[in-house]
Ligand binder design. Structure first.
Ligand code: SF4
Ligand code: F3S
Ligand code: FES
Length: 251
């Protein structure tokens, strides 16, 4: 059942707009299950959605729960579903979301409280693909050099901030929570195609089983929502191709 609260009064400017925010709430200790709550907030069009959430929390309902940390699109902690699409609350302006905004936790993740989801299964899958450089050759006397072309081969994956927007947008993830998901494959790609790494075959082996890359149905939601502009689907296709060719060409 939806409940409404009074508008917050604050200094208005000629730009101030009144925003209706509909939030999907879940407070496990209340025994109520999930429900929708509406808030009315005054905002500047250049406010970010996280500013709107802060205003609600600080002036209307201190129990509203959401994650945020860096507030600059770097930590990936405030991913949520806004107007039906996964986004970072700190990167979305009110001007882009409009004056009627719906906020929900990301789909495909267990909900802990309000807009906070349990990221543990996500990070377990991430750990599964060994997201670190593996090279047991003797340590060289200077850096392990790489050409610009070798670096470009895996550069896109280095931009990932592990926000989960891609994974929470993927119908294959919704259908099968065991599936490793797009974010893990992006991070596997980052090491599989790194010319300094020596564990590409191990990672390809991990991604070749029934929870690996083949569950990707090339739906592209992941690429559309990635706040870092990573061509997620393309990277997944490159990993699939490396598997078919029985090993990646790392140059
Ligand atoms: Fe987030 Fe993009 Fe990384 Fe997916 S690939 S976790 S959407 S930064
Ligand atoms: Fe899902 Fe992206 Fe593949 S949305 S099915 S991971 S292309
Ligand atoms: Fe860090 Fe939004 S708070 S990415």
């Amino acid at each position: 059942m939806a409940t409404a609260t009074k508008p917050v009064s604050q200094a208005r400017t000629s730009r101030t707009v009144t925003v209706q925010v509909r939030v999907k709430r879940f407070q496990p200790d209340s025994g109520k299950g999930a429900y929708w709550q509406e808030f009315t907030v005054e905002a500047d069009p250049l406010d970010r959605f996280v500013d709107v959430l802060n205003r609600i929390k600080w002036t209307q309902d201190g129990t509203l729960t959401y994650r945020r940390s860096c507030l600059h699109g770097v930590c990936g902690s405030d991913a949520m579903r806004l107007n039906g699409r996964n986004r970072l609350a700190c990167k979305q302006l009110v001007a882009d979301l409009g004056t009627k905004i719906t906020a929900e936790p990301m789909l495909g993740f267990p909900v802990v409280r309000d807009l906070v989801v349990d990221m543990d299964p996500f990070f377990s899958k991430y750990e599964k693909i060994k997201p670190f450089l593996i090279n047991d050759e003797p340590v060289p006397s200077s850096e392990r050099l790489q050409s610009p072309e070798q670096h470009a081969r895996f550069e896109e994956g280095t931009k990932c901030i592990l926000c989960g927007c891609c994974t929470g947008s993927c119908p294959s993830v919704w259908a099968n929570r065991e599936w490793v998901g797009p974010a893990s494959i992006v991070n596997a790609h980052r090491f599989i195609f790194d010319s300094r790494d020596r564990a590409a075959q191990d990672r390809l082996q991990i991604l070749s089983d029934r929870t690996g890359v083949w569950r990707c149905r090339t739906i592209f939601n992941c690429s559309e929502v990635c706040p870092r502009g990573i061509p997620v689907t393309q990277l997944i296709e490159e990993v699939k191709r490396a598997l078919v060719q029985d090993g990646p060409d790392v140059g």
